[in-house]
Design a protein around this ligand. Structure first.
Ligand code: HEC
Length: 118
């Protein structure tokens, strides 16, 4: 066995540095949901009674996929529009997460579909 040398150290440093760069690690739908939606709809998707509707079991979430996309793009009532802040790729990730979390089961929606709705 050889001793740990300078190059091993440089290599380990570079791996750590690259792994911590956000641009190289696309966020998952779950992470994006927790950052953008869970403050109101809660991490368990149950919302808050009479204030923030549950997304678990929601017909809007489980419909064709267009309904939920339009809510995110246009906003609704007290809910802000995310048109200016979330990319189509990230919106698709969030939608596909909420359509399949908490017992929901919905077909995937593509970023192209979202893009065409904007
Ligand atoms: C500031 C609080 C808030 C945030 C943040 C928020 N929402 Fe909402 N959302 C609401 C409210 C309030 C409504 C009900 C609007 C109405 O019908 O008047 C709603 C409605 C919805 C609906 C329709 C549900 C139904 O069954 O009618 C969906 C789907 C939805 N939100 C998804 C999301 C997603 C996904 C995110 C994150 C990208 C998000 N919301 C972020 C407050 C919020």
């Amino acid at each position: 066995m050889r001793a740990i040398g300078y190059h091993d150290f440089v290599f380990a440093f570079m791996v750590t540095a690259l792994a911590s760069m956000p641009c190289l690690a696309a966020e998952s739908g779950e992470q994006l949901y927790l950052e953008n939606c869970a403050a109101c709809h809660r991490s368990d998707g149950k919302g808050i009674a009479n204030v923030y509707p549950a997304l678990a079991g929601s017909e809007v979430v489980l419909g064709s996929g267009i309904d939920v996309a339009l809510v995110l793009i246009i906003g609704r009532g007290e809910m802000p529009s995310f048109n200016g802040t979330i990319s189509s790729t990230d919106m698709a990730s969030i939608i596909n997460y909420v359509r399949n979390a908490w017992g929901n089961a919905g077909q995937p929606v593509s970023a192209q579909t979202i893009e065409s709705l904007r």
